[in-house]
Design a protein around this ligand. Sequence first.
Ligand SMILES: Nc1ncnc2c1ncn2[C@@H]1O[C@H](COP(=O)(O)OP(=O)(O)OP(=O)(O)O)[C@@H](O)[C@H]1O
Ligand SMILES: [Mg+2]
Length: 345
Amino acid sequence: MTEIMTLQNVSVHFPVRGALPFLRKGEIQAVSDVSLSIHRGEIFGIVGESGCGKTTLASAMVGMIKPTAGQVLFEGVDLNRLPRDEFKKMRRRMQMIFQDPFSSLNPRFNVYQIVSEPMLIRGEDDEETMKARVVELLELVGLSSQDLYRYPSDFSGGQRQRLGIARAISLNPSFLVCDEPVSALDVSIHAQILNLLLELQEKLNLTYVFISHNLADVKKMCDHLAVMYLGKVMEAGNSDKIFANPMHPYTQALIAAILDIDFSEEREIIVLPGDTPSPINPPSGCRFWQRCPKAMRGCREVPPEYVEVEPDHFVACHLVNGFPDQELPEGYDQPMVPREKVPGR
Ligand SMILES: Nc1ncnc2c1ncn2[C@@H]1O[C@H](COP(=O)(O)OP(=O)(O)OP(=O)(O)O)[C@@H](O)[C@H]1O
Ligand SMILES: [Mg+2]
């Protein structure tokens, strides 16, 4: 399989400004040193708690955010080094679907205007071609030509998401980021939209990045996945391998919390103490150590390396990979029991 998207050591930091706009108080490390590759025709999941950097990472993939460091290669071409015109052309082949279909659709535009807008901006088609294309797109997503002059407020949440999808695929993209596409929808509609995405992927030969909090959806949809925590990838690789054998304590906790997957064996619900720390001053060492039920003293100081532990399965955890060969703090392999207090922020 060929790679369609490759990230090489991508970091995205946002400045935090003080009371005076020119005073920088620090930076939010939304994404830190992420490397991964996505293959053509697959569904690649990104999971992790709110604020861990999923949307930021996906925005960097489609060129909506310029990374602070690292490279984003789409079909082997560095997006951020393209001349403006070529960047624009390339950008059309990558689209994004958002969580909330209502706020991402202009309420004053009718269906025809919404779906045809990307074509209008591209400026290559006449009115008649655009109309025919919009009707074709509506039918593809399960709406009809009768909806052409209706407004977003006339539709249900699920229908609005269909509309968002029609708009996103209007320019024949090959790479589509679905950012929490169903989390705002009722459970019954939820499955319909996921099935629609699967159908379209097959028909149109699309590659998806599928962002979700919901691991059950990720399990259903994804070929590969990356588990993020505070801007870092903790575990990534083949989805079946990760679900069968999650190695990072964070992934283990996430998977243990899925209620609607039938596990034949008895299992333990792992409750992670505390909240996600701030990405402004992320913890030293492993970013997860403060909440990790298995943390050792060394985890606090030594950042784990990201290692391929079996083919197509990567983990960044000292428990799995052992500590690197360097000067290590005293008692580095002792468990942190009794739990040491998480420092205040
Ligand atoms: N434009 C921005 N300016 C400043 N900080 C930002 C910006 N966008 C995101 N952040 C911060 O970066 C971090 C990662 O945000 P991001 O939206 O990528 O998380 P997420 O994983 O998509 O979360 P959610 O699941 O809630 O959508 C957060 O701390 C967020 O506050
Ligand atoms: Mg998000």
